[in-house]
Ligand binder design. Structure first.
Ligand code: SF4
Length: 151
């Protein structure tokens, strides 16, 4: 029989208290950190895993959502106008690789992020407005059969 430990869930690293947001801060949710502490959740930060540093420029998806980015129909752009689309795709693929290694079926991801957001993300105007859609990593995981939840 497969135990719970054999199938960990993925969590956004910032929710586990890791200082990996673009500002170099975290978005700690104690209940989610406890899952990592208990060994049943794996923290991942797709922006950093794609190659971005801490801190880094704020980015948003312009021209669509994460699924559009994966299809190269939308871009991820930093607030100064740098195109970081391929970095976001690389990070999403790195997270997916971990999901496959551990047979992950579920992920709890940080809301609104252009990588981790589930269902609602910032709209690309850098004015804190939201639009429907998920981030690049959330979209890829969902596409590959991982259930993604927002926190
Ligand atoms: S929301 Fe996702 S990409 Fe952004 S800091 Fe948290 S884990 Fe990293």
């Amino acid at each position: 029989m497969t135990s719970r430990i054999d199938r960990p869930i993925l969590i956004s690293a910032c929710l586990a208290g890791i200082d990996c947001t673009y500002r170099g801060k975290n978005k700690l949710k104690p209940s989610i950190k406890k899952m990592a502490d208990d060994g049943i959740a794996i923290p991942v930060c797709p922006e950093v895993m794609g190659g971005l540093g801490i801190p880094r420029e704020n980015s948003e998806i312009v021209g669509g959502d994460g699924m559009d980015v994966l299809k190269r129909r939308a871009r991820v752009i930093t607030i100064s106008g740098k195109d970081v689309t391929e970095i976001y795709i690389k990070g999403a693929k790195a997270v997916l690789a971990i999901a496959r290694i551990y047979s992950v079926r579920k992920a709890i991801l940080k809301s609104k992020s252009p990588a981790c957001g589930v269902g609602r993300i910032y709209d690309g105007s850098f004015t804190k407005k939201l639009k429907n859609g998920s981030g690049v990593t959330a979209s890829l995981l969902c596409q590959k059969g991982v259930k993604v939840y927002s926190a």
